[in-house]
Design a protein around this ligand. Structure first.
Ligand SMILES: [Zn+2]
Length: 475
């Protein structure tokens, strides 16, 4: 098989080839921007979702599932929201042969599906908080170039929607979501920045938005999720009111939290290398693959030992695959490296004699796994691999940023830029124009690396109110 393009100099080409070489997706479906989840990609996604479900339910959120179609009149109730999504919704206008009386929208996100119903569910302060989430497909008519997992028209989507009694409770829910995402990202070994988007770039209808961004392929950035505070911007048009303990009627404050299949794209983008995908153990479809190395004399020793090792690990609940196919061991190594399996266990004549499999992790670290204590040994090998992967990702993350002191410097940079900004919109737009990119916003929880104090605003030179902001070119 041909070599992959160079990840550093040809990131997009590398990405497009690696997701197919690793068998995560099949792009040959007959509708643009809609791809097929192959069995291997599907299991990776399911493991990724499992982390999301575990962390969000730990914060008291409950699962729901709303219909995919939304009546046009409900969709149009919040003015900013409809303006933001108007150009990218799919419409259903016919039922059989007849035109529908009320056209339907395929959900691009579910505010307008859920909130008329929230108005029925929320009656009293005792019904609050209402914290619910769903993992469904949403549809957006993307006009830009589509790319598997990163920009598609049918999107695998996690969305939490909440109703809170007041603004402080909603702000607290935003905090709680930021904490939940930090735990998810740790499981995916993904360093990221939580950035408060500038006003002109917030979610349509939001009071404010905090987005999670990662650096990818040099100066580019990728938004991998977001949390929004809506205040009463939606509860007012949708009439979501409750009775307070002393009998008053109040509108709820709302928040949302959104993640998508982009997370899988981000994991590929951040951890992948010249050999293919590298999965963190938490979401790898197989944590380990066992490759028997047959004896030249045709003896059954290695194969029988590999089978016994498989049984032992499988019974211990490990996600393990026994590759006892006809191909030569070298071809199997290559096959599973491209697919990012964290640990390979080789069982040949020598291993049978010593009762220890040779273990090679996806970063090339060699060790051994004893047959008699295989589950424990595999656990400790995977933990060591995860630590090494986290460290490698953190190092690359730290190296991806640099301070820019003048507008002229911005377009020349191969890094994501930290800029001093006075906070004025006009200066933000000047940064965006100079970079041909976006002012991504201010760090919501500080910067995860050491940096000096911000100087004068990069655009106007004003030192008052200067703060750090990130500027990059979203992929
Ligand atoms: Zn300024």
């Amino acid at each position: 098989m041909a070599e992959l393009p160079d990840k550093t100099t040809a990131f997009i080409d590398w990405y497009l080839e690696v997701v197919e070489a690793a068998d995560l997706t099949d792009k040959r479906y007959g509708v643009k921007g809609m791809n097929i989840w192959t069995p291997y990609g599907f299991v990776a996604r399911r493991n990724l979702d499992r982390v999301i479900v575990q962390e969000i339910e730990a914060t008291g959120s409950k699962p729901v599932e709303f219909p995919a179609l939304i009546a046009a009149n409900e969709f149009a109730k919040e003015k900013e929201h409809i303006k933001g999504f108007d150009a990218e919704v799919f419409w259903v206008t016919k039922g059989g042969l007849s035109e529908l009386d009320v056209p339907l929208v395929l959900r691009p996100t579910s505010e307008t599906a859920m909130y008329p119903v929230f108005a029925l569910w929320v009656r009293s302060h005792r019904d609050l908080p209402l914290n619910v989430y769903q993992i469904v497909n949403v549809f957006r008519y993307e006009t830009k170039t589509t790319r598997p997992f990163l920009r598609v028209r049918e999107i695998h989507f996690f969305e939490e929607h909440t109703c809170q009694a007041g603004e402080p409770e909603a702000t607290e829910r935003v905090r709680s979501n930021l904490g939940a995402f930090a735990r998810m990202a740790a499981a995916y070994a993904l360093p990221y920045l939580a950035l408060r988007r500038p006003d002109w770039d917030k979610f349509p209808g939001a009071h404010y938005s905090v987005a999670f961004d990662i650096p990818v392929g040099g100066a580019r950035t990728l938004q991998i999720g977001s949390v929004h505070h809506y205040r009463q911007n939606f509860s007012e048009p949708y009439g979501i009111r409750y009775e307070t303990a002393d009998g008053r009627q109040e509108l709820v404050h709302q928040t949302t939290f959104g993640l998508s299949e982009r997370l899988l794209g981000a994991i590929v983008a951040v951890h992948g290398d010249s050999k293919g995908v590298v999965f963190p153990p938490s979401i790898a479809p197989y944590e380990a693959v066992i490759v028997p190395i047959p004896e030249s004399g045709g003896g059954e020793g290695p194969l029988a030992a590999a089978r016994a090792l498989y049984e032992r690990l499988h019974e211990a609940g490990r996600r393990v695959f026994l590759d006892d196919g006809e191909e030569r061991p070298g071809a199997k190594y290559y096959h599973w490296e491209v697919r990012g399996v964290p640990l390979r266990l080789e069982v040949g004549r020598r291993e049978v004699a010593s009762r220890r499999a040779t273990a090679v992790d996806r970063l090339g670290q060699k060790s051994a796994v004893a047959f008699d204590s295989a589950p424990q040994d595999v656990t400790s090998r995977l933990e060591a691999f995860d630590r090494a992967l986290q460290e490698r990702a953190r190092e690359a993350f730290r190296a991806a940023f640099a301070v820019a002191r003048s507008l002229d410097e911005l377009p020349k940079s191969s890094k994501v830029r930290l800029v001093s900004w006075c906070g004025r919109e006009e200066c933000g737009h000047r940064v965006e124009a100079a970079l041909d990119g976006s002012l991504l916003g201010e760090p919501e929880e500080g910067l995860p690396f050491e940096v000096e104090s911000p100087g004068p605003c990069i655009a106007c030179g004003e030192t008052r109110d200067a703060r750090w902001a990130l500027a990059g070119r979203p992929l």
